[in-house]
Ligand binder design. Structure first.
Ligand code: SF4
Length: 339
């Protein structure tokens, strides 16, 4: 791992003296300074061993993300995974990349801050339903509107797992939790419809943790998107929501694959599940699928490729040298000079 320049091995082999080394470097032709193609292995993206419960859906998401990084050959030092607080937000610890385990609900402002000045990084955000749709909801909506290049994964297990079975914004009504022992009284937030309805949202997709091929293809499609790709991942929490997604796992009629050339590749799923053609650029059709809870629609629901990107504004002048910045400040201050 690590970018290698040809002159490094050249000089080490020679065991040259500092003077000799300098002469050799000066005599080198341009081709010797060309960076070599670096090849990464899956092991380059592995971090600490996960401590999630067995069968937790988070494991699949981690594996798919690591495979994606490897297949796209993303340099680990140019990849950052940002999270908030919750079970799923431990994911950056398990990646061999840079990571930022931030505060509750604050993954998106951190990720937007990184993107504002670092166009060279691949940015992934991991957030849970409590983290994103409750305390982080304001940041979530405005991040969708800013549409800065990143992939945002909402791992939606419909419960607060880390704090032991409290009602989250996406907990289905009547579910008995530790905060509502007689059943959650309100209908849940719909993260898909909320995201699609936000001004300047550009990419909204849905997948499920138990179909890794489709989850991987969704992440891959998101990487090709120039703005913020929001993916809701229906995630199993066998510890606190035992069996709550079993009906969808066990009955192929309860899953529907959305197909379109601009969408997510369905892969082998068409052999098992029903498909429906869907134009993701149609707001009304996207909303119709977003509101559909049974069968669960999987794929790209909404796409707006002409949405403006706020990072194109924040990154203006990013290559300005220190001297140029000082000269500009000086010129500005000179406007107030009293002659
Ligand atoms: Fe996963 Fe639920 Fe266990 Fe948290 S409590 S690690 S979400 S199974």
């Amino acid at each position: 791992m690590g970018e290698t320049l040809s002159f490094v091995s050249f000089v080490t082999k020679e065991k040259a003296s500092p003077t000799h080394k300098k002469e050799k470097l000066m005599n080198m032709t341009d081709w010797t300074l060309e960076p070599r193609m670096r090849e990464f292995e899956l092991g380059d993206y592995l971090g600490a061993a996960p401590r999630w419960c067995p069968s937790c859906g988070n494991h699949t998401v981690l594996k798919c993300l690591q495979k994606l990084c490897k297949d796209l050959n993303l340099p680990p030092e140019k990849t950052v995974v940002v999270s908030g607080i919750g079970c799923s937000s431990r994911l950056p610890h398990h990646m061999g990349t840079y990571g930022f385990h931030s505060l509750h609900g604050r993954s998106l402002p951190v990720a937007c801050g990184i993107r504002a000045r670092r166009p060279d990084l691949s940015i992934f955000v991991v957030t849970g339903d409590g983290d994103c749709c409750a305390i982080g909801a304001g940041h979530w909506l405005h991040a969708l509107r800013y549409n800065m290049k990143m992939t945002v994964m909402l791992l939606d297990n419909n419960i607060y797992g880390l704090t032991k079975k409290q009602t989250s914004p996406t907990t289905p009504a009547h579910t008995k939790t530790n905060t509502h022992p007689n059943g959650a009284p309100l209908d849940p937030v719909n993260p898909l419809a909320t995201a699609i309805s936000m001004t300047n949202a550009s990419f909204v997709a849905q997948c499920v943790d138990w179909l890794p091929e489709h989850l991987y293809n969704t992440l891959l499609r998101a990487q090709q998107h120039p703005g913020l790709a929001f993916i809701r991942i229906r995630q199993r929490c066998p510890h606190f929501m035992k069996g709550h997604l079993d009906a969808f796992m066990n009955d192929p009629n309860k899953i529907q694959i959305l197909t379109d050339p601009r969408g997510v590749l369905p892969g082998s799923l068409t052999q098992t599940y029903g498909t429906v053609e869907h134009d993701p650029t149609s707001y009304d059709d996207a909303m119709k699928h977003a509101r559909q809870t049974d069968p669960i629609p999987l794929g790209l629901l909404y796409l707006n490729e002409s949405a403006l990107r706020y990072d194109e504004f924040t990154q203006k002048g990013i290559v300005t040298s220190e001297e140029e910045k000082l000269a500009a400040i000086e010129a500005e201050l000179n406007k107030f000079a009293i002659l």
